[in-house]
Write a protein that binds this ligand. Structure first.
Ligand code: ADP
Length: 274
């Protein structure tokens, strides 16, 4: 080929290479920014309960131990702070696993209505303590409703949504879980009539560590990671999550799952209408 063409070809190669490099550098910078922000958030979150416990211990050592009125109370509060720390560490482990792309789904066919009932039973005490009723309504004609998904992970999604509806519910309120048939998928909706979320915060609640009301979340043992975990798990299933909410009226979270085959697999070559 003429020398001019060759030079042009080399030039093109070089440009392509430079562009790829620039993209890679931008990606690394973004990772670095993300890592720093994450570390900053984590140390802030962990410091709070640690300093709280330290404060109680110092007061106890400083004579509080002999005071029957406060020693038990301070120990109980310390225990609550430690409990919070454990929640934070567990959620952090979970999120780092999810974000490193190490989540391998263990998908199977299962009855989503049965799973939701199981979880509703497990959170019943917490709901009663907040005077909130949890209703597992149907919507889809008849249970069982089979989906194809990672049962344990979807259990985590439902648990997080249900406990949130209790934590941010109003006394005497109600949470309803419904199932909606959508051709090849099943939509699951968790609706409460609690405090609700302002429109501007709706996309933000799925961010790590974002809370509308920090002190309310802390008081309830929240870590600010629950909905980020929910979003990751549904992402891994190739599904999104939507939130409709009005402050003072309540919130509805909805997500869909692929339907599990309704009939057990037929042996090959058997006509469907046999
Ligand atoms: P947290 O541990 O703080 O509950 P989440 O990630 O689960 O963290 O939720 C983030 C924030 O979104 C909460 O702090 C709360 O402000 C808001 N939120 C979540 N669920 C609800 C709900 N059902 N009703 C009102 N606000 C909610």
């Amino acid at each position: 080929p003429p020398a001019g063409d060759l030079v042009e070809e080399i030039q093109d190669e070089l440009n392509l290479w430079a562009e790829k490099n620039a993209q890679e550098i931008a990606r690394l910078k973004e990772n670095e920014r993300y890592r720093k922000e994450f570390l900053g958030n984590v140390s802030h979150e962990i410091k709070t309960p640690i300093f709280t416990v330290q404060g109680y211990i110092l007061t106890l050592l400083d004579g509080g131990l002999e005071d029957k009125n406060i020693n038990r109370k301070y120990l109980e509060r310390s225990e609550k702070s430690i409990d919070r720390l454990i929640n934070i560490v567990q959620d952090l482990e979970e999120i780092s696993k999810l974000e490193s792309g190490m989540l391998v789904l263990d998908q199977e066919r299962f009855d989503i209505v049965a799973l939701v009932h199981e979880i509703a039973d497990a959170v019943e005490m917490e709901a009663t303590a907040h005077r909130i009723t949890v209703k597992v309504g149907s919507g889809v004609s008849q249970p069982p409703v089979y989906v194809f998904a990672d049962r344990r992970r979807i259990g985590q999604v439902v648990t997080n949504l249900l406990t949130n509806s209790i934590k941010y519910g109003r006394e005497g309120g109600c949470t309803t879980i419904s199932f909606i048939d959508m051709f090849d998928r099943v939509m699951i909706e968790v609706a409460d009539n609690g405090v609700g979320i302002a429109e501007k915060n709706i996309p933000r609640v799925f961010e790590r560590f974002f809370r509308v009301d920090k002190s309310r979340s802390r008081e309830q043992g929240g870590t600010g990671l629950g909905l980020a975990i929910v979003k990751h798990i549904l992402d891994a299933h190739g599904q999104g999550i939507t939130l409709r909410s009005k402050p003072g009226e309540g919130s509805t979270f909805s997500f869909a799952l692929a339907k599990g085959a309704i009939h057990p697999q037929r042996p090959a070559n058997t006509p469907a209408s046999a």
